[in-house]
Structures are given as C-alpha cells and as structure tokens.
Design a binder for this molecule. Structure first.
Ligand code: SF4
Length: 354
C-alpha cells in the first residue's frame, strides 16, 4: 500500500513514512490532512476566550531562543504580586474570559508558595474560571530548586486549583538540539514523564513543539512520534500546538526561517501522524493570524483564543501583545469559510456562531 492509500485507509504511519510526507506537494498533503479534519470536526474551528498571564520574567535558566526572560537583551525585570495577578484574572473574568493561562519564567526568588498561593487565590475568588498553569519545565524547575518530587508538585497544583496543564517547555525533544537550545532545562524524558504523571490523575494537558530554528524535518517527526507514543499510554493530550520560532531579541543565530509552505506542511503532517490527539492548534500568535486561518485547510481545527495580552512571543517579535477582540476573531474565522465555535478549556462546545 502506498503512502497516500495508507492515509486514506487511516493506517498509522511510522517515522520514515512521516518524513516522506514532506516530499508530497503542499496541496496533496493539505487535502489529505483536511479530509481527516473534516471527518472529525466538519468546518468547525474552535477558540476560547482566555487571558494569558505571565507573572514574572526573572529566570534561572538561559534558553537561547528566549526573548522573554530578563537578560542582557531584556533588562526590564518584573514579578507580579498575588494581588496584581488576582486583579488581572478578575478583570478578565468580568469581561467574559473562561480561562487564565498562567506561565512564568523560572524565578528562584519566590518559592513554591508564590506559585501555589496565586492559584489558590484565583480559585477561591473565581471558582468557575479554568486555571491552565505550570508547564512541565516550571514543574521540573520547582522540583530541582526546592527539593520536591514531581508527584509532590503536581499534587500541590491540584490542591491549589490548577485544572489543566499547558503544553510549553517541550521545545524540540531531540537531545542534541535540545542541549544546544536550552541545556539545564527539563529534559525530553522528564517533560514526557511529568505529563504522564499529570494524565495519570485524570487531568488533561496540551503539547507543543517549537520549530523553524536549528532543527530539521526528522527532528520534528521524532518529536511528534514521541508524543504519539505517550498518548497511546496515557490519553491525556487534548491538543498539539506546533509553535513557529520567533526570531527577534534572542541569542539564537538562525539564518533560515521556515517558509509558509513548510509551516503548513508541518500542520498537515501533525494532523496525519497524530491519529490519537484530537486537536491540532494553529496558535495564531506565532503563525500570524493569516497563516493560522489558512492552516484551517491544512488540518488545524483550533486557533487558540482571544488572549487579551501576551508577553512571551511578542517579546520575540510576534504581533500579539494586545490579543484580539472576540468580534474580530469570530469575523475572521467566518470570513475564511469556517464555523467559529467557542469552547471551554476541555473542548466542550459553549457556543456555535453559524
Ligand atoms: S524559555 Fe522559559 S525557562 Fe527558558 S529562559 Fe525563557 S523564561 Fe526561562
């Protein structure tokens, strides 16, 4: 059976076949991915009304691709108080946000309680607001810094009101590339172990992949296959989010950036290879909104959300610092020929905008 027949018959592809997909022309690949997307979700495109909060940029780690942490390139350190975090969450909730997405740098000054106390205060005041917080990289950092096991940190998160985990910190799993990009941060094996532990408690998370820097196509396929293997065991990933590398204000000297074709192929291949992760998210913040809208025809069924404010990617050049209004977001999805569906953080449908 050739590659295309295998896909049409919904047979699982192996690593070599995954890599071969890049040799298909863009439109053949897009059509194959779109057929799978339509089979699962029709023309629905999911989004949520969320608020990103990045409570501190003080970081003990040094990742070469990062423009967010306080460093020589970004000397403006900040750390929010619990009151500031709570005020942002409350204002966003009052304006309709259903989720806060809280991700921080690895601040060695404040202790585990600074993190957990913030979650507890939000949950006490706003019990229906979904808290998505703490990447596996942050959990690993707290474990290393303060001598807790992963299990202990995860149990503290659950006790403090964290509902789900974001997919950040995965970067690229290949150990050699990872060592060059972010030596000292959570390893690939640890990242997967932490998500497996989270899933074993009946909790859901997402998974990311940072691409378009010094990795090659086979590293991306390796990353996707490692996620598929864990999902076979644990079943706790809701969405896969390929993040396009942002080039400004960091220490990584990347000369060639991925073309729109390469980005769209990567979305399509993710959809085809990840037969066990339901949602493929075109995170418009890193892909640009127009490419994310096109990605809907290349396997992506989710465009993330309105975001409201965003610091991590916008520090590196993304055009996302102030998010997007709900009306604008819905209008863009409709005008691109898809049906916007507001979802909650666990992909329950809240409103269909026909
Ligand atoms: S990516 Fe995260 S861990 Fe790495 S330097 Fe930036 S803030 Fe720190």
């Amino acid at each position: 059976m050739n590659l295309i027949d295998k896909i049409k018959n919904r047979k699982r592809l192996n690593r070599e076949e995954g890599l071969d997909l890049y040799n298909l022309d863009l439109f053949t690949l897009g059509k194959l991915a779109d057929e799978i997307r339509v089979e699962k979700f029709g023309k629905k495109s999911y989004f949520n009304i969320n608020r990103h909060i990045n409570p501190t940029n003080v970081c003990a780690d040094i990742c070469k691709f990062c423009a967010y942490s306080a460093s020589r390139k970004n000397p403006n350190q900040y750390t929010m108080t619990h009151e500031e975090i709570l005020e942002i969450a409350t204002n966003s909730y009052n304006q309709g946000a259903k989720e806060v997405h809280i991700v921080s740098a690895h601040n060695p000054n404040d202790g585990v309680e600074w993190y957990m106390g913030a979650f507890r205060k939000i949950k006490e005041k706003l019990p229906s607001l979904h808290i998505k917080a703490m990447t596996a990289a942050e959990i690993d950092f707290l474990s290393r810094e303060y001598g807790y096991s992963y299990d202990e940190i995860i149990d503290m998160m659950i006790d403090s009101g964290v509902d789900s985990m974001p997919g950040g910190g995965a970067e690229i799993f290949d150990e050699k590339i990872r060592d060059y990009l972010c030596k000292g941060k959570v390893t690939s094996t640890q990242w997967l172990e932490i998500h497996e532990k989270w899933h074993s408690r009946g909790r859901m998370s997402n998974a990311t992949m940072l691409f378009g820097h010094i990795e090659n196509r086979s590293h991306r396929i390796d990353h996707i296959i490692r996620l598929r293997e864990l999902q076979d065991k644990s079943g706790g990933f809701n969405a896969f989010i390929p993040l396009v590398y942002q080039k400004e204000n960091n220490f990584l000297k990347v000369k060639e950036f991925p073309t729109a074709q390469e980005i769209l192929k990567t979305y399509a291949i993710s959809r085809i290879l990840l037969d066990n992760i339901p949602h493929i998210k075109a995170y418009w913040v890193t892909a640009s909104i127009n490419l994310a809208l096109i990605a809907q025809e290349f396997g992506a069924d989710d465009l993330d959300g309105t975001i409201e404010k965003e610091t991590i990617q916008s520090s590196a050049g993304a055009n996302s610092a102030n998010g997007m209004s709900q009306d604008e977001f819905i209008g863009l999805i409709k005008n691109s020929g898809f049906t916007p569906v507001e979802r909650d953080s666990l992909y329950n449908e809240l409103k269909v905008y026909n």
